[in-house]
Design a protein around this ligand. Structure first.
Ligand code: SAH
Length: 291
């Protein structure tokens, strides 16, 4: 299914005001929102919300409601984005996903794993992260490459979803890890997936919004933090995230649309992290930074 961007065209100042309004309505539900500059000289900006095609009708009417008070003069425009490998409703029939040395597969594809590959078995369920989304695959690829060049003694997977990244890190590095999610269902699913993947010890799972949990006391600071969430919460969490990162540590950020990457980089540069590398997959970027 294709993704849709609904947007309004306006000035930089007003685009920021529109962003505040649409963030309040849509961001808690996981829709990506963003502003981007179209023409610097003429001060032309766009403020956008992103959704899948089947959600367009409901998002459009709520967007119109949200804009009605202050911004009713701005027409809502629409763009169909290139096809994205979105989280599939069922893994049946879906091919295994390969990224770096990792292969993420459903239980029906156990026999497709090749020698030398690190297999992670995840059946599609109630939590995000079958490997089919460009952000998950990007994190796996980046994890494999960061692990080659840096010594990592412990890992945080922030927004663990299905647990896929925490399990991958554990299988690759065999070092202690903490995996957290704001959603208790995800935490439960992730713990179950870890068990199914033979992770019996070393990974701790906790339900927590951001860094608000006592679980961090026992584990922080981390040599590697992987956070595949969304651009806005990642920017908001930058100071806390960096405070939980050991000197010389690495951060892998994803859930960021390509056009949002400068804002996210600015937030983390502001915390004195240095950009190492950016990976692109299906319009999404995965960024590696170090402290
Ligand atoms: N790590 C998995 C899942 C990413 S989906 C993968 O890469 O495939 C993003 C997850 O982050 C969701 O499970 C969501 O519940 C969680 N999340 C969103 N905001 C969060 C926050 N503020 N703190 C912790 N987890 C959060």
């Amino acid at each position: 299914m294709s993704a849709i961007r609904l947007f309004v065209t306006t000035t930089e100042k007003q685009a920021a005001a529109v962003l505040d309004v649409i963030s309040m309505v849509f961001e808690d539900e996981g829709y990506a929102v963003a502003t981007m500059e179209i023409d610097e000289k003429r001060d032309v900006w766009e403020a956008s919300v992103y959704m899948m095609a089947d959600e367009e009708e409901s998002v459009r009417s709520r967007l119109a409601d949200a804009l009605a008070t202050e911004f009713s003069h701005l027409p809502i425009e629409r763009e169909v984005l290139p096809e994205i490998d979105w989280i599939a409703k069922s893994l049946e029939g879906l091919a295994p996903v390969r990224a770096g040395r990792f292969v993420v597969h459903g239980s029906h594809d156990r026999d497709k794993v090749k020698t030398g590959e690190i297999a992670i078995e995840i059946d599609a369920g109630q939590a995000f992260g079958t490997g089919h989304h460009g952000t998950t695959a990007g994190c796996l690829e980046m994890l494999a490459s960061v692990a080659r060049s840096r010594r990592i003694g412990n890992v945080l997977d922030l927004g663990t979803g299905s647990g896929v990244l925490a399990i991958a890190a554990w299988k690759l590095l065999h070092v202690p890890g903490l995996a957290t999610d704001i959603d208790p269902v995800a935490t439960r699913v992730a713990r179950e997936n870890a068990r199914r993947n033979g992770v019996v010890a070393g990974l701790t799972f906790a339900t927590a919004p951001g860094f608000h949990s006592t679980a961090f006391g026992a584990h922080s600071p981390f040599d590697l933090i992987i956070a595949n969430i969304l651009a806005r919460p990642l920017m908001k969490m930058a100071p806390e995230l960096v405070a939980n990162l050991a000197p010389g540590g690495s951060v892998i950020l994803s859930g960021i649309l390509a056009e949002q990457r400068w804002k996210v980089l600015a937030a983390y540069n502001g915390q004195r992290l240095r950009h190492v590398r950016t990976l692109w997959r299906n319009g999404w970027v995965t960024i590696h930074l170090t402290k």
